[in-house]
Design a protein around this ligand. Structure first.
Ligand code: NAD
Length: 296
């Protein structure tokens, strides 16, 4: 049993914390929202109204927060984790944030004598509840070895991606491909329809040909061929456009700072920004097929 402090008990954090409780860890939590703290108590954890109380006895601190600015404040603030955690505690930030902030906060952790990994996830709320998230981890090999047993009850796949920030790098690179491939598959269905090609017929060809990809065969943007895809449920998430828009924003920040050449990534980011700005942030990201067709 490990004493774990969990900060950020929202749509993702609460079910992740529940899986740590189910694995017989002792769990203390902090969230700004009273409702989130009450939900943790209801699940058998102990909730506190300050970070200092939550992290006091913790061997491990896990966070699942909305943005880089919030992660920085939670860890580096005067009332934050670094000033209040016990010596030798391990820090695991699973939030999706920009690579630069992830590296800065890890550097600050090191200056305070703590090991820290960035460990963003894919798998969404369903994966968080089922304990089947994929963790992409950045940090030293020693920190990864310490973090792995803590992540195991929450995940099905845990990959060490390299030094601090590389977990975030892997996450945004993956999601940039996902956005581009979903737009590509959607454009192909829209073009096929306009040429009189039946959706299922095109699917049967493409799924067994060189267009095969996850956006087509696991998350097909037209209803019918893949019964579990959100297209069969009026494009209810799933993975909301607002979250894809957020991740593409982080990818474009990284593009700007690294100088990488990503013309398709830029276009995908623009398309999802427009879809989001037009009020469709709550639509699953595969609903881009309707956005492109002008029918959303
Ligand atoms: P959420 O908004 O449901 O939860 C965030 C929680 O953080 C809230 O309960 C909020 O009260 C709390 N919070 C905000 N500021 C705080 C602070 N200063 N101190 C303590 N608590 C604070 O968001 P979510 O969907 O759980 O997402 C969390 C992270 O996971 C984000 O970085 C998101 O990009 C990432 N993510 C989400 C999904 C998804 O499907 N929802 C999938 C993969 C990754």
């Amino acid at each position: 049993m490990t004493n774990i402090a969990f900060i950020g008990l929202g749509n993702m954090g609460l079910p992740m914390a529940k899986n740590l409780l189910a694995a017989d860890h002792s769990l203390r939590g902090f969230d700004l929202a009273e409702e989130a703290r009450a939900s943790l108590e209801g699940a058998g954890g102990q909730a506190f109204s300050t970070i200092a109380e939550a992290v006091a006895d913790a061997d491990v601190v896990v966070s699942m927060l909305p943005s880089g600015a919030i992660v920085k404040a939670v860890y580096e603030g005067d009332d934050g984790v670094f000033k209040n955690a016990k010596a030798g505690a391990l820090m695991i930030d699973s939030s999706t944030i920009d690579v630069t902030t992830a590296r800065d906060v890890a550097q600050e952790a090191k200056a305070h004598g703590f090991d820290m990994v960035d460990a963003p996830v894919s798998g969404g709320v369903g994966g968080a509840a089922a304990g089947t998230l994929a963790f992409m981890v950045g940090g030293t090999a020693a920190a990864f070895a310490k973090a792995s047993p803590v992540l195991e009850p929450m995940g099905a796949k845990i990959v060490h991606c390299g030094a601090s920030g590389n977990g975030q790098a892997a996450k945004i690179c993956n999601n940039m491909v996902l956005a581009i491939s979903m737009i590509g598959v959607s454009e192909a269905f829209n073009l096929g329809r306009s040429l009189g090609l039946d959706d299922q017929t095109f699917y049967d060809v493409a799924a067994n040909a060189s267009a095969q990809c996850w956006s087509l065969t696991s998350y097909c943007p037209v209803p019918g061929p893949v019964p579990a895809s959100p297209a069969n449920n009026d494009y209810q998430p799933g993975f909301a456009t607002a979250l894809m828009h957020k991740d593409l924003g982080l990818a474009m920040e990284a593009v700007a700072s690294s100088g990488a050449n990503t013309p398709m990534g830029h276009l995908a980011a623009e398309i999802y920004a427009t879809m989001n700005d037009e009020g469709h942030g709550g639509v699953d990201f595969s609903g881009v097929i309707k956005h492109l067709a002008g029918t959303l």
